[in-house]
Design a protein around this ligand. Sequence first.
Ligand SMILES: Cc1ncc(COP(=O)(O)O)c(C=O)c1O
Length: 419
Amino acid sequence: MSSRTLAPARPTAADNPTTLLSALGAREDLARGFGKSAARPLPGAVPLLGGAPSADALPLAALHEAAAELTADPAALVGALQYSVPTGIDPLRSWIAEREGVDASRVLVTNGAFHGLSLLFDALLDSGDRIVVEDPTYPLIFRDLQHHDVHVLPLPVSAAGLDLDSLEARLEAGERPTLAYTVPDFHNPTGLVTPAVQRARLVELAERYGFVLISDNAYAGLAAPGVDVPEDYPVESELVVRVRTFSKILGPGLRLGYLVLPQWLVGPVTRLRANQDQHSSVLVQEIVARVVGAGDHAPLDGGLDGIASRASAAYARRGDLLARLLEEGLPGGVTLEHTDGGIFRWVQVNDPGIDLAAAQRLARERFGTDAVLGRFFFLNDSEDDRGRLRLGISHLGEDGLREGATRLLAALTAPEARR
Ligand SMILES: Cc1ncc(COP(=O)(O)O)c(C=O)c1O
């Protein structure tokens, strides 16, 4: 495996505005996003995309009640409309700290997981550094990493989990990464959960070779009913940072998440954050604090865990339905990676005669559905989809999923999709 160098993106004043925007990632970067899939769907389209909760999984009543309670209390509302501290409001921070088993001083409330990641990359990466990234991975991190002149070391992910032998061999051979980025629960795009033994071994490697382990656990809490997920990476380690978000359970529009930092990183990351946007919306923090039951508030609608478990049960049913429809519609033709939760299904299309890019184009342009091609998640720049599609199951109800699956099958079996 070779490392890949991301284009240095430190623009100078001499750059023209277009180059500047491009280098800053402000223009759409099709190579490291999700392609054109998100653009202009056909009317009535039922795209199998999406990494967001469905309308029926969002805790509308709880959010309404929390907002009504807050806005009915003039003193609380005035507080929520004023400037605040960079770290987050006390009740929410304390609630997070208790949940994570750390002192509240280690919690930094952020505007979602992506913001947390961006802060960490800014705080920790220097030009020329090496960063270990799962392959495949959540590709939007490259929108941030392109601002840093770093080399990416792929850590292959398969049904067996992380290929830690290959990482250890690289480390033994003298490779010295600054960071490793991992998504432990219901990984995007594969849906896999990193087994406990591998988590322990990765921490051990981080400690032995001195790199920071970023655990982006955006899908934590979305286990199918009855499934136990191993503990997140240990907060006892000085080298572990947990990245969390309320996006996937309470709604991404809230833009709220948090970091659990080791003590030595609290000062630098908090200063960085204070110098960027000062703090997360106090209004949103106050509303979320009421929903989850922070401080004196009683949790609404079962609190975060109650809301998550109801959503997870619905997602598990939808995931099973989609798998059945695809497997019945194309017998032997598709294999779905086993997953015990989350909101993605990672599909292997077994027939090499199917040109997935052509099938996806047909799906989008003729049949009115969509899927993300595998190549957007792999770290090399190849056009090869490796027979993979990522399907999102969270945002459609069962009828929508049935329709989406029927349309996807029509695209996969169309003569124009054959090589
Ligand atoms: C692995 C992973 N991390 C982070 C995010 C972004 O989360 P947020 O909306 O909280 O920024 C996503 C969203 O798709 C994701 O899949």
